[in-house]
Design a protein around this ligand. Sequence first.
Ligand SMILES: *Cc1c(COP(=O)(O)O)cnc(C)c1O
Length: 368
Amino acid sequence: MSFQFGPEYIRAIAPYQGGKPISEVAREFGLDEANIVKLASNENPLGMPESARQAMLDAMSDLGRYPDANGFALKAVIGTKYAVAQEWITLGNGSNDILELAAHALVEPGHEVIYAQYSFAVYALATQAVGGKAVVVAAQDFGHDLTAMAAAITADTRLVFIANPNNPTGTFLPAEAIAAFLAQVPPQVVVVLDEAYNEYLAPELQYDSIAWVRQYPNLLVSRTLSKAFGLAGLRIGFGIAQPAVTDLLNRIRQPFNVNSMAQAAAIAALNDEAFLAKSAQLNSAGYVQLTAAFDALGLQYVPSSGNFVLVHVGEDDGAGARINLALLKRGVIVRPVGNYGLPQWLRVSIGLPAENATFITALNAILA
Ligand SMILES: *Cc1c(COP(=O)(O)O)cnc(C)c1O
């Protein structure tokens, strides 16, 4: 062939690397699936809430029909919970969908998109997919340097991605820092505030980002049901923004981007305060369990506000891959983060107490 399909900016994309599925690790390493522990994708170790399971069973009888394209019932629940009108809500096939819709709706080839070093991989993917120019701002203590990010805004900037807490580092930006940043952003630049781990925040860290949405027409807050709400496999998330931005996103989303089962399950999960409280409590106990083990092993880690911890496993750039492989052989799946430029680190999702213990035992044996 004397030509190549597709634009150069698409061919340059490095595909997203997810956590290895349990079935794949079982096949590759000759292990029994039942003995494998997966702490690699920041999923809720409790699985899905029982309330959502029941709602899905009820919804199953209607699967011969298309989903509600406007997600009326789900938007009503979101609207009540976050005190916004339906016209402020975009439903997404996971919140990744919202991130991509924002890039597609707002960025033309050559326009600049700003995000932080060591921030969520999908920001780079969404930017590249539309031919945007990525402006990656150096991290500060593994987190976002909002002063530098504000300074990076030019006349060509269309979008800024901020993750709070950030994945894969777990760093947290206090409300005052975000408020000060938003006040500096010019009105034609849209800020996506990605709050995938919001429900895990300790009470003293919680803040009201929806109040900022009311203040700023150029702010889009994205939330997911994949993490604390326990519905990662269903693919459901949402964005909240004033009608001008929301209208744009809804013009280009697929009409049926969120399936009926996901809509039904999300309604149940959003109303399930007990499940959320249990998830947050389990997470904070697991954080103590993991970080105590890291302290005992003398391993550095980044203090995390999410449901995962980034831990330093060696001084050489082969360390992350090496320890990861050794863990896989012992049936423990965590996330190597070399693709984030963190080859000496591993990201470990917080699991059930027994899962955390299995990981700690394996890590102790490997490092001994
Ligand atoms: C997990 C995660 C998401 C959520 O992805 P979904 O598509 O909703 O499953 C979004 N942003 C960040 C930073 C994440 O870590």
